[in-house]
Ligand binder design. Structure first.
Ligand SMILES: NC(=O)c1ccc[n+]([C@@H]2O[C@H](COP(=O)([O-])OP(=O)(O)OC[C@H]3O[C@@H](n4cnc5c(N)ncnc54)[C@H](OP(=O)(O)O)[C@@H]3O)[C@@H](O)[C@H]2O)c1
Length: 279
């Protein structure tokens, strides 16, 4: 599994990780087996959130006995992100995950509590060793500027954002901003949250043809395109071991410049929206 330095965090993190939104809807042993298969194949970046129902409990079960392998990420809801609320939310997540620390803790999206409050809670959690780094999610450039000011230079590890072939809005400004500031960009919903290009569509056919050239799958081609720049990571969610294995194999795929150009043309960037899209 290919790994990269995770923004300002001196840790090597796999380019393909594992999402967990709705993983608690799956048969529990199957979901746990999927996450463990992913870990076995090097997808050790596991993303979860207090918002995701029982997902943290499923993750806690999957990482039992393997905590040191994992780059574990969870998120605080904006409605809980006061100074004391953030600390309490983190402690609840740690209990559900059956661990003593998170590798990175994120503000799920910008909310109404001042960023300085949330970030001072993050710093307190860092001092206590309950989190090892912190970041943000769904932050557009004005939010990132404010976060940089409130949190201090080099403190934001990552910005987790919506990024897939059908939604490339981050490429206009967020991705360049993060590249310039050494902030990792984590692509969530890399398969469009269940809306992956159908092989009967022109774009879907392009993915299938490129995949066939490499003995790969269309989803592997999509993932590889999404992590084509050095600040990028992706966190597909899979609730079966077969899907997890399929996704992990994207790490070894290498697309040519001509193939990247073809994908770029098949799934055009589009105009910059007024607001950064989020799910
Ligand atoms: N920060 C945020 O605001 C935010 C928002 C959304 C998501 N996220 C994070 O990003 C993660 C990923 O996004 P997502 O869950 O929205 O959607 P996604 O990863 O884009 O797509 C998940 C869907 O793809 C299917 N799938 C996965 N691998 C497959 C494969 N190899 N072959 C066929 N189907 C496959 C899954 O099916 P099965 O489940 O049946 O395997 C599921 O239906 C989330 O789980 C969450 O951790 C963060």
């Amino acid at each position: 599994m290919e790994r990269r330095t995770f923004g300002s965090v001196p840790r090597e993190v796999p380019v393909i990780g594992q999402g967990t939104w709705y993983i608690d809807d799956a048969h529990r042993p199957t979901a746990v087996a999927a996450l463990r298969r992913g870990l076995n194949l090097g997808m050790t970046h596991i993303d979860t959130a207090e918002m995701y129902g029982d997902a943290e409990i499923v993750v806690g079960e999957a990482i039992t006995g393997r905590r040191d392998e994992v780059f574990l990420v969870s998120k605080v809801l904006p409605s809980n992100a006061s100074r004391n609320g953030t600390v309490a939310a983190c402690e609840r997540s740690l209990a559900r995950l059956r661990t003593d620390r998170l590798d990175c803790y994120l503000l799920h999206w910008p909310g109404s509590y001042p960023l300085a409050e949330t970030f001072s809670a993050f710093e307190r959690l860092c001092e206590q060793g309950k989190i090892l780094s912190w970041g943000v999610s769904n932050f557009d450039v004005p939010d990132l500027d404010a976060a940089w000011k409130a949190g201090g230079e080099g403190r934001i590890a990552c910005n987790q954002v919506l990024y897939n072939l059908g939604e490339r809005a981050i490429e206009h400004a967020v991705l360049p901003w993060c590249g310039e500031h050494g902030v990792a960009v984590v692509a969530y919903s890399p398969f469009g949250h269940g809306d992956f290009p159908d092989p009967s569509t022109p774009g879907g056919r392009v993915l299938e043809e490129i995949a066939a050239n490499h003995g790969a799958t269309a989803r592997q081609v999509a993932l590889r395109f999404l992590v084509r720049r050095p600040s990028l990571f992706a966190i597909p969610k899979a609730s079966s071991a077969e899907h997890a294995a399929d996704n992990a194999a994207a790490s070894v795929l290498r697309l040519t410049d001509a193939e990247l150009t073809r994908i770029d043309a098949a799934f055009p960037l589009g105009a910059q929206p007024a607001r950064l899209p989020m799910l």
